[in-house]
Design a protein around this ligand. Structure first.
Ligand code: TA6
Length: 286
């Protein structure tokens, strides 16, 4: 049987890795935070990336898919959302197989991380692009210490949309959520399709394995699937907060929604030598 290997090329620029399936399907990952900064699918950019993002000075990239570890949200021991998204990761390997391109990144404890969070760990982050399964991001956390540790983690996905006034998210109805715009109080979602008009910052608890985001680029839908990530954060800063963030385009809020699979309500407890994986998959449908 003739196996036709779809073309898939890898190109590295300074601190960036590009996985090319073909002219219309590729992903670019920045070594700073192992942040996916671009996902071209069907010839169109599917992720939001602020044009004023800094890419420096310990400030996370504003857009794409930042990796949040070991802390989602404010952190007494270090910067908000932890150190993983502001660390330089190493490219461990690249693979072409069965019409898929993937790259593996690795981050292990170092002086900087130990100064904040004194545990030995290994993070392996696999980014895979394929025509049939879209974009997969899988984070594996291994406790390489002699003592137990706990953490929260999340993939802070910025999806590009046509108009934030009309974008909607499914599969959240009847779920409990923490509303960070209402003093962190808990509510129950009543809408079958969530809107983000005027801004939103909610942590939905124990959400279904998939959410559909309607109103993405050119009227497309992005299906966000997750495994090992029980919760979903939905965020759009809206006009005033976007204006007050130097790395967020003033009008950028109109063209984005963050739908962020995470393990953030409870904490992950990892025993010495234990490993846990956390995966997000994005597929574009018409
Ligand atoms: O994921 C939502 C959120 O926690 C918001 O509260 C907002 O702070 C957002 O993350 C962005 O945080 P950052 O530290 O990247 O500015």
């Amino acid at each position: 049987m003739l196996y036709v290997m779809e073309a898939c090329t890898m190109a590295d620029e300074v601190d960036m890795v590009t996985l090319n399936l073909d002219d219309d399907n590729r992903v670019v990952i920045h070594m700073f935070g192992a942040t996916v900064i671009s996902w071209i699918c069907g010839g169109k950019e599917r992720l939001f990336l602020s044009s004023t993002s800094l890419f420096e000075n310990g400030k996370a990239i504003r857009g794409g898919i930042p990796v949040v570890f070991p802390q989602f949200g404010p952190w007494k021991l270090g910067p908000q959302h932890g150190f993983a998204r502001i660390s330089m990761w190493d490219l461990y390997s690249k693979k072409i197989a069965d019409g898929r391109c993937s790259a593996r990144f690795i981050l292990i404890n170092n002086e900087i991380s130990e100064a904040m969070w004194n545990y030995k760990f290994k993070l392996i982050y696999d980014v895979t692009i394929s025509k049939t399964n879209g974009l997969s991001c899988s984070l594996s956390v291994t406790n390489q210490d002699s003592k137990v540790f706990d953490f929260t983690t999340l993939l802070h996905t910025y999806l590009k949309v046509d108009d934030a006034e009309t974008v909607t998210v499914s599969n959240l109805q009847s779920l409990k959520y923490i509303d960070k715009l209402k003093n962190g109080e808990e509510f129950t979602e009543s809408d079958s399709l969530l809107k983000v008009v005027n801004g939103i910052d909610r942590i939905y608890k124990s959400t279904p394995a998939t959410q559909e985001v309607f109103g993405c680029v050119d009227g497309s839908t992005v299906i966000v699937s997750k495994n090992g990530l029980p919760d979903t954060v939905v965020w759009n800063p809206w006009a005033e907060k976007a204006r007050n963030m130097s790395d967020f385009d003033d009008d950028g809020y109109k063209k984005m929604i963050c739908v962020e699979p995470g393990f953030v309500v409870e904490r992950v407890i990892l025993q010495p030598q234990e490993e846990r994986s956390f995966t997000q998959n994005l597929v574009v449908t018409k």
